[in-house]
Write a protein that binds this ligand. Structure first.
Ligand code: 5GP
Ligand code: MG
Length: 194
């Protein structure tokens, strides 16, 4: 027996946990083309910086920036929703772009999914406070039914209902980011890893 499982074994294991596919690879590709055209038209030849929110947006941002021909730069940010010892829901800034990447720059925050809106609203406020000239936002998925504060993305690829999704960068307990499509999980997958 091989020391390591091969890729097709891993995909088979993952796919056993999939309840249904919400967006296929082909649908994602078509959605990305439409989205990238809108973003490219918005900025034209103006320089701007894409700020990718880790880890969930890694797959999306890599596919998105390769479809935008303008002069963009790439930076990274990360937040954690539950800082140890603080009340649930408090956002902690784990990683922020360098001040030279923020001051006077036009920024485009890119995240995997907009849920309550707290992450992007907090990051937007922080980047403006640190001197960004402008902060727009672009999300792969938008779950408007879950919004807890007033926040609308400037760009979104797809809207989804109130269902927990994985794949294309989105995880459940660190797994499933490598699925090439977006899916809802079976109940047993949540229970197994509890
Ligand atoms: P917000 O601050 O908008 O409530 O949360 C955004 C973050 O919550 C996302 O970046 C993502 O990490 C997580 N999240 C919200 N809904 C989902 C979901 O359906 N699936 C996954 N995997 N993460 C989600
Ligand atoms: Mg996230």
């Amino acid at each position: 027996m091989a020391a390591f499982p091969n890729l097709s074994d891993l995909l088979v294991n993952h796919q056993d946990d999939v309840e249904r596919i919400l967006f296929t690879e082909d649908e994602i590709r078509a959605g990305l083309e439409r989205l990238a055209a809108r973003v490219a038209a918005c900025y034209g030849q103006e320089p701007f910086t894409v700020v990718s929110v880790l880890k969930g947006s890694c797959v999306f941002v890599a596919d998105l920036i390769r479809r935008i021909p303008g002069p963009l730069e790439l930076a990274f940010a990360a937040t954690s929703s539950y800082a140890a010892g603080t009340e649930p829901g408090r956002l902690e800034l784990l990683l922020c772009p360098d001040e030279r990447e923020i001051e006077g720059r036009r920024l485009l925050l890119v995240d995997d999914i907009l849920d309550t809106g707290r992450t992007l609203a907090a990051l937007r406020g922080e980047l403006l406070a640190r001197g960004a000239a402008e902060v727009r936002s672009c999300v792969f998925l938008d779950k408007p039914s879950r919004r807890s504060l007033l926040f609308e993305p400037d760009f979104r690829c797809f809207e989804v209902g109130d269902v927990f999704v994985v794949g294309y960068g989105l995880d459940f307990r660190g797994r499933y980011r490598n699925l090439p499509f977006v899916a809802a999980l079976k109940a047993h997958a949540f229970a197994q890893q509890a």
